[in-house]
Ligand binder design. Structure first.
Ligand SMILES: [Zn+2]
Length: 106
């Protein structure tokens, strides 16, 4: 599922470099955060196209907050897949919301 296919086309992954002063900047940061969440899910499921995968992997290697989110997501998914009874990943939902909110408030 492509949540933000249009963003992928021109996304420069600029949130780590600033440009968050304006409302437009804030909206862009939120769009990027959603993109990071979406890309983390699709990377983990091996559903990213090669170019987006390359850009995303490069970004998370340079961006500590996105790297941390991706690692948390992968760890949680791995635990869920190992589990016999699948519990709702409450911590992941909470961390995702906190991550999105922290980007929105910057
Ligand atoms: Zn980032």
């Amino acid at each position: 599922m492509h949540l933000l296919g249009a963003i992928e086309e021109d996304l420069a992954f600029g949130h780590a470099a600033g440009d968050l002063e304006t409302l437009a900047g804030r909206n862009r940061a939120l769009d990027e955060s959603i993109f990071v969440v979406d890309s983390s899910i699709r990377l983990t499921d091996d559903e990213l196209d090669p170019l987006t995968k390359q850009k995303f992997v490069k970004h998370v290697s340079d961006c500590s907050c996105c790297h941390e989110f991706l690692e948390q997501y992968r760890t949680t998914i791995a635990l869920i897949r190992e589990a016999e009874d699948i519990e709702p990943p409450k911590e992941l939902v909470e961390k995702t919301l906190i991550f999105l909110e922290s980007q929105r408030l910057q």
